[in-house]
Design a protein around this ligand. Structure first.
Ligand SMILES: Cc1cc2nc3c(=O)[nH]c(=O)nc-3n(C[C@H](O)[C@H](O)[C@H](O)COP(=O)(O)O)c2cc1C
Length: 192
């Protein structure tokens, strides 16, 4: 183990963002472009993004939808509201629309990481308010807000944010999530 690409090791969901850091429009465009190139179900491309940078109206409007627990994201340099297809008639389109958004968000986050930013997905926002504010048409549903920012000097952070950001990050062992022929039993491919 230990040969995972460094981009995956670098990525984490930080909350302690530098409230003075900014992001140039060219970097925002590169990050959104990475999301655009994500795979989609049947090539349907159902994902749309609404983006603002701190100080502009769009940023403030996305920020206004965030749950109180996501206040830390007000220090982001950019906020991206991601929507995907909603289709009550077609269960596949509805389900895979969410998968497509997840893949697009992953590519967005990793491209932001590659450019030296830190990006953090959030489901904690008021979807109905987002629909109302941005007049999101029927057939589209907002599922995620992603913050893009720069890490703050830890000394400037509140003890609460400091504690969250220094908490150990763990995952289930690979042997508990990757199976072979029998559910719950690790694939023999993991044996040394
Ligand atoms: C769909 C989704 C929704 C999330 N919503 C929030 C959120 O509202 N607020 C938050 O602080 N983090 C949120 N997160 C971030 C997770 O808490 C974080 O990814 C998880 O704890 C693992 O930490 P890591 O990203 O540093 O590996 C969300 C992540 C995902 C994938």
């Amino acid at each position: 183990m230990g040969c995972m690409h460094e981009i995956f090791e670098k990525r984490w969901s930080a909350r302690g963002l530098d409230p003075a850091a900014t992001i140039p429009a060219s970097d925002v465009a590169e990050i959104l472009d990475a999301a655009r190139w994500a795979p989609t179900w049947g090539g349907t491309q159902p994902v749309r993004m609404i983006v603002g940078v701190r100080g502009d109206e769009v940023f403030d409007a996305i920020a206004a939808t965030l749950a109180p627990g996501n206040d830390w994201a007000l220090s982001a340099s950019a906020l991206v509201l991601m929507t995907t297809r909603a289709d009550a008639e077609d269960e596949n389109a509805h389900t895979y629309g969410a998968v497509d958004l997840g893949l697009a968000a992953a590519q967005l986050i990793l491209q932001a990481t590659a450019l030296g930013y830190t990006a953090h997905p959030m489901a904690g926002f008021e979807s109905g308010l987002a629909v109302e504010t941005f007049e999101i048409p029927a057939g589209h549903r907002p599922l995620l807000v992603v913050s893009i920012g720069s890490l703050a000097d830890p000394a400037t952070l509140s003890p609460k944010i400091q504690a969250r950001d220094t908490k150990e990050r763990t995952r289930l062992p690979l042997t508990e999530v990757a199976f072979g022929a029998h559910w719950g039993r690790p694939t023999p491919l993991l044996e040394p």
